[in-house]
Write a protein that binds this ligand. Structure first.
Ligand SMILES: Nc1ncnc2c1ncn2[C@@H]1O[C@H](COP(=O)(O)OP(=O)(O)OP(=O)(O)O)[C@@H](O)[C@H]1O
Ligand SMILES: [Mg+2]
Length: 251
């Protein structure tokens, strides 16, 4: 099985004393939808930022698509990040740009050879892919609903046809209906973009187990369990059992 992201014995401290990641090893299979779960403060977001090259490990190695992130210069890193599409909890849209302009932005930044009408065509295509009605394309983010903002954020994440899609708590704070819509959107996008690796940090265990191929549970800066959803239901590890039963209650 090919690996998209290889985290090898990564340790990370911000203050030189306390380690947030404590020898974390994780291989994310290429083409998979992998969910990262775990209690708050266990290092899930810090781990994602290592994958994106936003944090450097104190020790250990982060390899993405066969590239050792430590070998990249700042310029190369910026280019390399085009391999990622990222959607965080807030869609983080530019407030003063229309929906279409938001999705066009990465194309204008990183695909300098594209003509304006080509940019427009690609941006429209991505917005249609995530199910946004063209009548909203020229509205500002404040003029559309939260669900439409998420769709716009996802379309922007897809703009450069990234190899890896990264979601950090994409549904936290959304109502149940919207949560299900976004989860399904993530799953549909994953299926539609064959070969894409999707990595999702989620608090929503029911959703993670429903849509993910693999799940990694972090605890105390390490991977407590990596496996298929059924491996979690069948796990004898006390902390996994507690976490899984707690998650099921919420659903
Ligand atoms: N830039 C930073 N500088 C110093 N400490 C940090 C930094 N970023 C994160 N941390 C610390 O790393 C630890 C793990 O944080 P992280 O955000 O990865 O948790 P998490 O698992 O994503 O939690 P949550 O589920 O609440 O989002 C926390 O103790 C946090 O304070
Ligand atoms: Mg987090």
């Amino acid at each position: 099985m090919e690996t998209a992201v290889k985290i090898q014995d990564v340790r990370k401290t911000f203050d030189g004393k306390d380690f947030v990641l404590k020898g974390l090893t994780l291989n994310i299979p290429k083409g998979s939808l992998t969910a990262i779960i775990g209690f708050s403060g266990t290092g899930k977001s810090v781990l994602l930022k290592h994958m994106l090259g936003l944090f450097q490990p104190t020790s250990g190695k982060v390899e993405v698509l066969g590239t050792d992130m430590a070998n990249l210069s700042p310029d190369e890193l910026t280019k390399f990040r085009c391999n990622f599409g990222v959607l965080f909890q807030s869609a983080a849209l530019f407030d003063d740009m229309t929906v279409l302009e938001n999705v066009s932005f990465p194309l204008i930044e990183h695909r300098r050879n594209l003509k304006p009408d080509e940019v427009k065509k690609i941006a429209e295509e991505k917005l249609k892919m995530v199910g946004l009605d063209p009548k909203h394309f020229h509205k500002l983010p404040s003029q559309i609903s939260g669900g439409m903002q998420k769709r716009t954020g996802l379309a922007r994440a897809l703009a450069l046809d990234p190899e890896i899609l990264v979601y950090d708590e994409p549904t936290t704070g959304l109502d149940p209906i919207l949560t299900e819509m976004v989860d399904n959107l993530i799953l549909d996008t994953h299926k539609h973009k064959k070969g894409t690796t999707s990595i999702m940090v989620s608090h929503d265990l029911a959703a993670a187990f429903r849509i993910a191929d693999y799940v990694a549970m972090l605890d105390a800066g390490q991977v407590l369990l990596f496996g298929k959803p059924e491996d979690f239901y069948n796990s004898e590890i006390e902390l996994v059992k507690r976490f899984v039963s707690k998650g099921m209650k919420h659903s």
